[in-house]
Write a protein that binds this ligand. Structure first.
Ligand code: PLP
Length: 456
């Protein structure tokens, strides 16, 4: 439920012990209450939105607390730990970097940053010729907005400044990222409205009737936007909250239209990048080239690092010293990212994600077949999926059902983050990419049990 918080009163839950899960206390664990209360006292309310599990350590695809409980992780810590939690190779790379004596170097050159930049370019599609390292996903999407707007001015003058994105999109929580975002509830504080940011319905949503590219052009025309005014279009490769992909033909038409109108096409790969969807970069599913991509999360499987990658002429628009960030390519973050990338490539985790999609989607399809009135859609590819919960007999989002399923699963030792997507109605599945079929099957079985208890 969007905005819901979890009770801190420990409740009796069935005890569980399997290879992947162990629940031996009440939940929240009674001894964890002091920590949870301290956090509620000292942090903003917004930080109390996740299930009340106090992480002590996380390894591979398991998360542990200090009181004997163990969860099978279907979150990757919100799509970060793609190579698995606390991979020894990443920990060693970090220790080696600490021992090397270089913890920070601002934008001064470093060998490790040059190795990471070269590696990212080497493993990515040919049109991504340059890489700018940053710290967070929002910083990367903001940078893409800036680059597209700057490009627009350069090729079309001051009027070519309209930035188009999609309803329901999430690009981060900073100002520019939220202007481009398509979740109205997150933007109420932005006043006055910046009319140079425009959103169109997302054609991958089952709630959008006209999913054609003509429909997209029609909406822009209705909003009074002419193609010549548009500098950039940004879309999440799949719309993150609900795990929806856009129709392939739509994206191909969009690519052609961007070429014809000198519009920068940007894929927000913050969730999709580095193997999550079964290809190294998610936008490869559409068979098009990107002008820019924003990466983050799974790039390092651990420390905060993000990247903007793209065409040389777009990334080179700012002169020396005029597009930087203090922690650009922090040596520790670079060490983590290099080690994580090595794992993702050497272990071919994209292929594992593609392989694991089969049992995951088959299991979720069975659950949907049992509850067709409650689950309108199962989205996703590779190792990302979501159950879109609706109120029976309608397509109205059902955040309560999603919340109850998530909380039940957590009580049974299957870790989820709180529901996301349309009004918080999606139960989102995104385990580390190293997960195996046995664990997928076990996790899907737990979701089925939870659905029986909540919906049955
Ligand atoms: N873009 C997408 C698709 C995301 O899912 C997120 C975060 O969830 C962001 C951007 C923002 O990333 P960060 O939270 O690192 O700023």
């Amino acid at each position: 439920m969007a905005g819901a918080t979890y009770p801190l009163e420990p409740i009796d839950v069935p005890q569980v012990e399997t290879k992947n899960r162990k629940i031996v206390t009440k939940l929240p664990a009674p001894e964890s209450i002091a920590v949870l209360e301290k956090l509620r006292e000292t942090e903003p309310l917004s930080m109390s939105g996740q299930p009340p599990i106090v992480w002590d350590r996380a390894e591979g695809f398991h998360v542990y607390d200090r009181w004997g409980n163990k969860w099978l992780d279907f979150t990757s810590g919100v799509l970060v730990a793609s190579a698995g939690h606390s991979r020894p190779e990443i920990a060693k790379a970090l220790k080696d970097q600490v021992d090397s004596g270089l913890l920070h170097n601002y934008c001064f050159p470093s060998e490790i940053r040059s190795r990471l930049a070269a590696k990212l370019i080497e493993c990515s599609p040919a049109e991504l010729q340059k890489v700018f390292l940053l710290t967070t996903g929002a910083e990367a999407t903001e940078c893409c907005i800036k680059l597209a707007k700057t490009w627009g001015q350069k090729v079309g003058g001051a009027d070519k400044n309209v930035f188009v994105s999609f309803e329901g999109a999430f690009h981060g929580r900073t100002l520019g990222a939220q202007l481009a975002g398509g979740i109205p509830g997150l933007k109420t504080w932005i006043n006055p409205v910046d009319e140079s940011f425009v959103q169109a319905p997302f054609p991958g949503s089952f709630r959008v009737e006209d999913q054609s590219f003509d429909g997209f052009l029609k909406v822009l025309a209705e909003k009074g936007v002419k193609p010549g005014q548009i500098c950039g279009v940004m879309t999440e490769t799949y719309q993150g909250g609900d795990a929806w992909f856009a129709p392939v033909d739509f994206v191909r038409d969009l690519r052609k239209w961007c070429d014809d109108n000198d519009v920068v096409l940007i894929f927000d790969e913050v969730q999709a990048g580095f193997g999550r969807t079964g290809t190294l970069f998610g936008y490869e599913h559409y068979g098009v080239e990107a002008d820019l991509i924003a990466c983050g999360k799974g790039i390092s499987s651990s420390l905060p690092l993000s990247a903007v990658m793209g065409r040389q002429e777009i990334l080179d628009q700012y002169g020396p010293g005029s597009m930087t960030s203090t922690h650009t390519g922090s040596p520790l973050c670079c060490a983590a990212a290099l080690a994580s990338l090595d794992i993702v490539l050497a272990e071919n985790l994209s292929a594992n994600a593609a392989e694991m999609e089969k049992p995951l989607q088959a299991g979720l399809a069975e659950i949907k077949a049992k509850y067709p009135d409650n689950i309108a859609n199962v989205g996703g590819k590779g190792l990302v999926a979501a159950l879109n919960m609706v109120k029976p007999g309608s397509l109205d989002p059902d955040p309560d059902a999603a919340f109850n399923i998530v909380w039940k699963c957590v009580q049974k030792g299957l870790l989820f983050f709180s529901p996301v997507g349309t009004q918080g109605s999606a139960v989102k599945i995104s385990p580390p990419l190293i997960i195996d079929e046995e664990a997928i099957t076990e996790g899907v079985g737990v979701i089925a049990e939870a659905c029986d208890e909540v919906l049955g």
